[in-house]
Design a protein around this ligand. Sequence first.
Ligand SMILES: NC(=O)c1ccc[n+]([C@@H]2O[C@H](COP(=O)([O-])OP(=O)(O)OC[C@H]3O[C@@H](n4cnc5c(N)ncnc54)[C@H](O)[C@@H]3O)[C@@H](O)[C@H]2O)c1
Ligand SMILES: O=C(O)CC[C@@H](O)C(=O)O
Length: 397
Amino acid sequence: MSHTEKRFKIKTLNNIDAYALSKLTHEFTLNHSDSEVDAIIVRSADMHQMDLPENLKFVGRAGSGVNNIPINELTEKGIVVANAPGANANGVKELVLSALIMSSRNIESALEWTQTLVGESDIGPKVEAGKKQFVGPELAGKKIGVIGLGAIGVLVANMCLGLGMDVYGYDPYLSVQHALGLNPSTKTQYDIDYIMQNCDYITLHIPYNDSTKNYLNAELLAEAKKGQIIINCARGGLVDLNALEDAINNGSIGKYVVDFPDEKTLTMKNTINIPHLGASTPESEANAANMVVNQVMDYLKNGNIHHSVNFPTINFGPIQTVCRITVLHRNIPNMIGQITHVLSQHNLNINRLTNKPRNGWACTMIDLDDDIEANDKVALENIEGVVRVRHLKPSTN
Ligand SMILES: NC(=O)c1ccc[n+]([C@@H]2O[C@H](COP(=O)([O-])OP(=O)(O)OC[C@H]3O[C@@H](n4cnc5c(N)ncnc54)[C@H](O)[C@@H]3O)[C@@H](O)[C@H]2O)c1
Ligand SMILES: O=C(O)CC[C@@H](O)C(=O)O
């Protein structure tokens, strides 16, 4: 029984909603030393240079974007990474609404100008005389291109239709789930070039990764409708900032609103910098933390995997047999044969077994009516292509 896991240690790398953390049951403890932790819960902290704790089995991203996590390295070590899809989508959607209004109606410069009147008299007439500098167009009737129709993009597209806008959605990988949530008045038959050339606003809602780095590059920006406003509440690296600065300076791009300021955007003309507030609402923080707390408990206790970004979804519910074995492995031939061969050597009865693949990896989950020995676990670990074996017993409560 030496390999049976009874208590689990969890470390948080960011501020995680306290109420969600309070739902961790007695089998879990928080913030143990790095070398001992079984799971990490993270928001935006950069894990790329982090020394990974030896016992680490699970990383829960209390949010959507996972570009701060070294997914490939963790996958090779059999560490499940899961996120909280959609948990903060409404928070971001509402920030996009404020970005649309701020940029269209020149709210930022108007507020700054109004403050310059402090200490003066006759404010009313001065306001009436000065306000003409800040005239800006209404959103109704304008064209907006929503790039990425996932959890956030769908909410943004539907909201913009509600504002009376003409909405163009672009997502070559649109999922059935998200298509079902999308208001059918969204125009999805146009390509990115058409959208750049015709839309008054572009809002980005795609993940940041190797293939989307500098997604809005000089070529696409050169196609932009004159004066186009670009809203980026997704990730800073999606936009080639040198090309964008040129486009702003030559007037082809009207404004840039970004939730990911950096040294360049802070001094760039016609740019509104927001300090990464998209998910900074109590509701989003609680939703994301709740999802991840439930995932981490179910994975550590039962081996079930939900909303993972590197291994398949797999769920046998709570353990109801003598033990459960979960094997994370490459999706290559003869894995199930080799795994069941180890178990059959001791005449162990398999109660149920499932195998699920995903992107070259797989999980085999087996409920057993008999317990395995420590050396059986080692034998399973020694099968080529296996990256993690867990031996789990039913919960005591
Ligand atoms: N500002 C914030 O605080 C905040 C909060 C949440 C998410 N985000 C960012 O927003 C991104 C989107 O979040 P989400 O929850 O909607 O994710 P999601 O996974 O639900 O949706 C992403 C969508 O982008 C699509 N996509 C991927 N590559 C594309 C491409 N090249 N062209 C067009 N579409 C493409 C996918 O098919 C998917 O539908 C996250 O990855 C994250 O970086 C920012
Ligand atoms: O945790 C946050 O505050 C931001 C999260 C956001 O960038 C995300 O990708 O979900």
